[in-house]
Design a protein around this ligand. Sequence first.
Ligand code: ZN
Length: 367
Amino acid sequence: MRTLLILLALGSSLSAAPKRAKNIILFLADAGGVATVNAASILEYGEAQKLFIQSWPNVALSDTSTASSWVTDSAAGMTAIVTGVKTHNGIVSQGPDAVRGKKDGTRLKTILEYAEERGLSTGVISNVAVADATPAACYSQSNDRRSFGEIFLQVFDPRFGDGVDLVMGAGRKRIYDGVKEKGSNLDSVAASKGRKIYGEVSEVGESDARPIVLTDGDIKVPEAARKAIQTLSRNRKGYFLMIEWDTHTDNPEQGLGNLAKLDKLIREVAGMVNRNETLLVFTADHSFDLRMTGGRRGEPILKDYAEWKKTHKTNEPVKLAAVRVDHSHTGEEVIATGLGPGAEGFRGFIPNTRIFGIMMDALGWKR
Ligand SMILES: [Zn+2]
């Protein structure tokens, strides 16, 4: 009886203290709105709500509007998520006092920079160009998302700690060209900082704790994610990792397929990490104009898409029996959800800037 009472007392005191996250992995489905998440489950499993993320109990709906418009791009969308501040489209982690392509604004401090300042390890992975707006907003500030050179050179010129430790993504040529336009040679800049740039994830050696991988074609996101978690988790202080997978549905087969693949990766990662100390977050920077307007159980959701592709151009609106896609971002809320310590913050209708706050609270960090 006495033991039981002690156990009960212990249990209540443990549950009273908020559980803190040591690590955060932010999974970003670019353009993965509610309709895309729903359709991805039906494409992959022939049934709604079968994705792993759809089994998570803590869910919020996140408003993605910018400081000036209802529909966001990836730059303003991701800036809000990683800095807690709404800015304008095209602007990467600078305040709304920035003017796109003309004038710098306040440089905002990103959650990756907070992590660097505290000695954690940090990383970004993207299946698209890793100097593009979504990953860029984590490790750089720019008044124009197209300034690939200016953006990527900030990997080597950090404001906090020793800068982003692990960078893996596509866009090799555009990034090298962008740096060249700035009058620098990327390999020399990297070498001067003791960093090596690889062409494939498989080339990265065991001992390189700060690898940069720039691929010509698509990067294998699961392979990159496994390597990143293995590398970053050596830091006993913890790590912050952002993994982006593009789920724009201009080609619905590809976009929905990528979302299902991302979900499978999240399931795998949930089994790899210590769940008591790692907060997994899933959200999107903005939604996309994909609508399910028909379809029947037992029939493939993208039935006749192969035929449609033969007779239409890729930029034409897609019209199938079950699905329609117009090729634009849309302004309704997206899902924000989490698993692990601090995930209980994901509830109700929230602004996208609140996702930053939920992650900071999970880590127990003041801002
Ligand atoms: Zn986007």
